[in-house]
Write a protein that binds this ligand. Sequence first.
Ligand SMILES: CC(=O)N[C@H]1[C@@H](OP(=O)(O)OP(=O)(O)OC[C@H]2O[C@@H](n3ccc(=O)[nH]c3=O)[C@H](O)[C@@H]2O)O[C@H](CO)[C@@H](O)[C@@H]1O
Ligand SMILES: C=C(OP(=O)(O)O)C(=O)O
Length: 434
Amino acid sequence: MPTNDTATTTDQRAVRITGGRRLAGTATVQGSKNIALHLYAAAILADDPLTLAGAPEILDTLVVADILHRTGTRATVTGDEFATRPADSYFPVIPDDLGRRIRTTAVMGGALLARTGKVTFPTPGGDAFCARYIDRHLAAMEAAGAEVEVDRGRVRARFTGKRLPFITDAETRSWGPSLGATVTAMLLAARTPGTSAILNPSVEPEVTHTAALLSQAGVGIEWRGRKVLNVTGTDRIRGGVFTVPPDRLEAATLALAAAITGGTVHLDGFPPAAFPDGLVSVFADAGIQLDPLDGGTAICTPAGPRPVQMATGPHPGFPTDVQPQLTAFLTQAEGTSRINERIYTQRDTHLPALAAFGAAVNATGSVITVRGRSALTGADVAGEDIRAVTALVIAALAAEGTSTIRGMYHLRRGYGSLLPKLAALGADLTIDQE
Ligand SMILES: CC(=O)N[C@H]1[C@@H](OP(=O)(O)OP(=O)(O)OC[C@H]2O[C@@H](n3ccc(=O)[nH]c3=O)[C@H](O)[C@@H]2O)O[C@H](CO)[C@@H](O)[C@@H]1O
Ligand SMILES: C=C(OP(=O)(O)O)C(=O)O
């Protein structure tokens, strides 16, 4: 349910961290922010009550609940349970102030269009480290038969004729298939009679888990190799219970936090196989060992950090959403690391703040160079987006002296209790009200 908390985009609090403590112990992993955001959009289509169990307790969840509530779907957030009931009547206009705070606005726009035949929504928000295009989302809406108009940052789409099966292509001009546009197309196809085809679908876990939810709800999902996803629509989408999988990005953040301190941490219930293969192999090259332990992962860095040459990429490659945290870790490796950031070529807002700790980091084009090892010293810095702020937290854990890190709003968008988890693992950390 909407709360006052969603009204604010500022959070004046700062976290103070005194570095040098080795992390040790066990941590649990929250439900995945990015998967949950796409499942919440799919919930708009359900004709019965639907419960998403294990939802992350983050600001983005509250913002989406508010959007669902304002557009008709009755959404209730109780702890880590996100429950929806279909509306008696829908009001398919996503308010600008809410739609500009999250990234899946266009995906929710697709769901509302599929459900009600029309929608108005603002261009999405989310982190502002670079332009976030939605042309493939709009192409999917047009392919599905909608008239689409974009005017001063708002999109209006409506169906004027009979809904017929359609074909759309999720491939972008800049880089591979779009995750978000694949889900938008799936949601549109889920309520279109007959079988629609999505060419070049993304295979990110956000897509495969949304497909699994739809399949459980009675929608026909058929993967034809990696190049075609067929979706057969239905006029009745069932509810039920679906569990949000654990957050691979929070797990990776905790792993890098443990590793930079030379600590040994157990991720409960999150086995090494739950990390993308590309991440496991980069971590191995960087000296971070991920061993199976009691159904979870034991993390250690027995020989210390090593420099790496790597690139981010689509699943199962190294996720762009772990690049800032990895950059922070690599400041402690002897030698030069190079990271080619291929998804968001300008995703480097963490670099000036890392430099304030004494790190030798710079970006040329899409390549970030880290020259290590740097002796980090406490700094007063602000994170400008969700992963940048966690990169600064990781650097502070290894810095000599006390750091002050601002930008808690960004952290709270995606991490429900990262800081308490780090404190429980032994980090010397306090959250101040500024
Ligand atoms: C494939 C990939 O790594 N996707 C990441 C992307 O998902 P997200 O769903 O936000 O973005 P997309 O996968 O749609 O975008 C991938 C790329 O395609 C471009 N694009 C996207 C849609 C569109 O209509 N036109 C277009 O050109 C984007 O600008 C970007 O360069 O950002 C998220 C937040 O960092 C990450 O969690 C996802 O892992
Ligand atoms: C950039 C991210 O999210 P968003 O697109 O929601 O800002 C992220 O999860 O790293």
